[in-house]
Design a protein around this ligand. Structure first.
Ligand SMILES: [Zn+2]
Length: 611
């Protein structure tokens, strides 16, 4: 019998230093096991040994040996039959020919043993102890055949021993037949999963550590039962959510058939699209999001129109599916839809600070996370991604279309509630957490373990607070100094600060977009500011910066906004996201366009009479 080696085993042996396996066990905590090569006590095979192993395991050799075993069986049958039928002289005449044939067959079997010993080594080859007996039988058979051919006049004792050996040769044939049945099974192995299981089983045989053997049993069990992608025991309090999750994941694993790479990719794409389709995102919007979800130039107004004014809800559903956040939050899509519907309703119909602005900021955050690779640079996990996108979506919830200064100066209740400190930036997340906890049906945080919820809540609040322009200059200075510091850790202690900047920069990102989109936003924001200025004038309050429709030159204001706010902000972003570089020049291009318009707006202002 020839021990067969799987492809996976061969590949795994290519790295001679160590093998690394990640093993998740219910019996033991999750851990990274590094198995040194020496501990595995596995022999490394040379290229020629591997080639011979492949050859020996090949179909043609297997079939040839099966043919030879069949021939040997017939030969032994003929020898036994002729011995009975013929008298001694007649038999002796024929038997020398038969002995020569038998000798030939036995030599082939001997060669097969030598090749196996060379290719696998004595230890591995004789791991199956029956092979030692096979070898003995073949060697003794060879001895008797040579003995017969050398001297046909044998004593009765030798004849008895020969008869016994003939019986033993039949045993050898049965053994060989069994081997081929196994080889035939091996040759029909077609799925990687089966090869992996075989490899693990072989690995287990050579391991000494009992705990590792238990881990391997666990792996084999999970692969064998197609449970690789099912959640382990996480939180018994969330039994319903877990049941739903397991159910939905079982659905996912059904798709994981063993296919070629191309088929797998196509299958994967279909699966992805099918999963998105389940979210009921209108098809035309879904098509755009699938192609452009991380694109800086996606048109937020068009996206919102394509889904009947529910752009924010559909975008967030898309992100939840795209980043696997339903599984992170252990919630159903309908809860997420419900939550963001409530958030969306809370956005007032302001010219600028409305649901489309929220959608646009969440979208720009995703551009920085994905296309500009902050996910990689900050080593963001799914929770971090969720925090950034949710912060983007909720960051202006309930915005009254008035600035903090106006609310403070007009002694607004919000200013009284939040003690004049980042009034709106306190108000937005506060209301959004109330939405969740005020209605179980839309509570996206409900199934999170408390420590995770605390982490997510803290992170979201910090990001929304960072959108207060009052802290813009000081925070930007600190972030710049952190980026320049030798101990800067974008994936460690500086991660939250950078996440804050991602949301804040997205909030002021209009000048980085295409001019057509940017111009629309500019007109909207100034319309809102001027409405506030009108109110301030009516109330006898000082008119805030940019809020006087009779003195504010839109083009000049934008040039200043780019120079003093947006460009320094994105220069800082560029400091830790080099992939942003190609987009940075948009600022100068857009600034040049506004500069050309300064004179035009001057004339416009001169033509209108202040009230
Ligand atoms: Zn905003």
């Amino acid at each position: 019998m020839l021990p067969s080696r799987s492809d996976s085993q061969q590949r795994s042996l290519e790295n001679p230093d160590k093998q690394t396996m990640r093993v998740d066990s219910t019996k033991r905590t999750d851990k990274l096991i590094e198995v040194p090569r020496k501990k595995l006590n596995m022999r490394l095979y040379t290229e020629s040994e591997q080639k011979i192993q492949d050859y020996v395991n090949s179909k043609i050799v297997t079939i040839s040996i099966i043919g030879l075993v069949g021939a040997y069986a017939i030969l032994i049958f003929i020898i036994v039959a002729l011995e009975e039928l013929l008298d001694e002289t007649e038999f002796n005449n024929v038997s020398s020919i038969l002995s020569w044939i038998e000798l030939g067959i036995l030599i082939v079997f001997i060669l097969e043993i030598f090749v196996g010993l060379y290719a696998w080594g004595i230890k591995k080859y004789y791991k199956d102890k029956w092979l030692i007996l096979d070898t003995l039988i073949i060697l003794l058979s060879l001895f008797f055949v040579i003995f017969e051919l050398a001297d046909q006049k044998t004593s009765n004792v030798i004849k008895v021993i020969q008869a016994v050996f003939r019986f033993l040769r039949i045993f050898l044939l049965i053994r060989k037949a069994q081997t081929f049945r196994r080889l035939a099974t091996i040759s029909t192995i077609s799925t990687p999963a089966e090869k992996i299981v075989r490899f693990l089983a072989e690995l287990k045989e050579v391991l000494e550590d009992e705990n590792m053997k238990l881990d391997i049993d666990y792996c084999i069990d999970k692969i064998g039962n197609n449970q690789l992608y099912q959640m382990g025991k996480l939180d018994e309090d969330n039994a319903e959510a877990m049941a739903w999750l397991n159910q939905s994941q079982q659905g996912k694993t059904e798709v994981k058939r063993i296919l070629t790479n191309e088929q797998q990719q196509q299958q994967q794409q279909k699966k992805v699209i099918a999963n998105f389709q389940k979210l009921n995102i209108p098809k035309r919007l879904l098509d755009i999001l699938i192609k452009q979800h991380d694109d800086l130039y996606i048109d937020p107004f068009e996206c919102d129109k394509l889904c009947g004014g529910e752009g924010l809800v559909n975008l967030m559903l898309f992100f939840f599916e795209n980043y696997n956040l339903f599984d992170v939050f252990l919630i159903k899509p309908k809860v997420v839809r419900g939550y963001f519907e409530e958030v969306m309703k809370g956005y007032l119909d302001n010219p600028y600070h409305n649901k489309v602005h929220a959608q646009d900021v969440a979208q720009t955050c995703n551009f920085l996370l994905s296309k500009c690779k902050f996910i990689e640079i900050g080593q963001l996990d799914e929770q971090d991604i969720a925090c950034v996108l949710i912060a983007g979506a909720i960051h202006d919830y309930g915005h009254p279309g008035l600035t903090n200064a106006f609310l403070i100066n007009s002694r607004n209740e919000l200013a009284l509630t939040y003690n004049d400190q980042s009034v709106l930036e306190m108000y937005h997340p506060s209301q959004c957490f109330k939405i969740a906890w005020g209605n179980q049906k839309v509570n996206i945080f409900e199934n999170l373990q408390f420590h995770k919820y605390r982490r997510i809540r803290e992170s979201i609040i910090l990001m929304v607070l960072s959108t207060d322009m009052a802290h813009h200059a000081s925070e930007l200075a600190i972030t710049n100094s952190r980026i320049a510091a030798p101990d800067f850790e974008p994936n460690g202690k500086d991660k939250q600060r950078l996440m804050d900047l991602i949301v804040h920069s997205s909030d002021v990102s209009n000048p980085t977009k295409s001019y057509e989109i940017y111009k629309q936003w500019t007109e909207k924001v100034l319309t809102e500011f001027w409405q506030q200025g009108d109110k301030e004038r009516d109330l006898g309050l000082p008119i805030s910066y940019l809020c006087n429709r009779y003195t504010t030159n839109m083009a000049e204001a934008q040039v200043g906004f780019i120079d003093y706010v947006v460009k320094p902000t994105f220069a800082c972003v560029l400091g830790f996201l080099p992939a942003y570089e190609p987009f940075f020049q948009n600022l100068d291009k857009n600034k040049a366009k506004w500069q050309e318009l300064i004179e035009y707006y001057k004339q416009q202002l001169a033509s209108i009479q202040p009230k």
